[in-house]
Design a protein around this ligand. Sequence first.
Ligand SMILES: [Zn+2]
Ligand SMILES: [Zn+2]
Length: 340
Amino acid sequence: MRGVVLLGDRECYVKDFPDPIPGFGQVRVKMMASGICGSDLHLYRMTKEQAKSRGDRIPGHEPCGIVDMVGQGVKKVKEGDRVTVYHYLGCGHCEFCSAGNLMWCREAKGYGGPIDGSHADYVIADERNCVLMPDSVSFIDGAFIACPGGTAFSSMRKLDVKTGSNVAVFGLGPVGLSGVKIAKAMGGRVIGVDVIDLRLDLAMSMGADVVVNSQKEDAVSAIRNFTNGKGVSLAFEASGSTKGRTDIIHSLCRGGKAVFVGVGSNENVINPSQIIGSQLTLMGSFVLPLWMTYEMVNFLDNQKISFENAVTHRFSIDNASEAYKIFDEGKTGKVIFEWK
Ligand SMILES: [Zn+2]
Ligand SMILES: [Zn+2]
């Protein structure tokens, strides 16, 4: 099979690997869609030295495809099943794994990290990690569920978006754009904030009510205008920037809630007096639990929503080097590998 290998210093190539064979309790999933994520870029930008110690481990953790081979002991998943693959393998036994929170397992292994990932023709997955999708949910949407969409969905669940809730979304990359779509489907009024006009346009196509370019306009004032001076009750921070984090706290109304998922700046933006005075609830979030993946597949099916408008570039795995390069320039929506 073909698989991507990262060489460090923003270089990668496609290598021929032996086709993997599933072991006991495992299945082989033929990839149909697999996203490139911001966290893949951290690996893409590593030094040559760091890349050497990684070896030819295949990156990618947003797998979606069709099961084409099952190992011994597999009971539920069958050849031909359309599945999104939950991207953390856990020990399967601890208190976190038992509750479906595999990403908290002390032995959790993420695809593309310590185990081969999904920028390849096939991925080997534990049976329990495969979540069946109906035909109404596309392979690209399945790749979104595995990471950017799932991150946004679990965050919107934490915010508990209701009909008429005012929601600010900061950072309109694939995670923020997914957040716009989900918040709208849950009944929210959404204002999106970014510094790149293309991403603001994508947010409008995902259903945002209003968008703001925070390099041209003060985001906090725009949010006050959007809410008759009150501020938003709910906010989602996916930019990871100091400015986004600071602005989001100033944009909340009293009793407001925010979820932070954007990784980036390490500057301290929290003023405890403000949290106390305005009685804010500030939360962090990280992908989604396995059990919620089932809920999210149902949500997409029932609401008839798709994230595909957020995709600006689709590539064959053969053109991996061009795909990584374009996404690395930071001026795209979602960039995805697709198989026909
Ligand atoms: Zn990702
Ligand atoms: Zn565990």
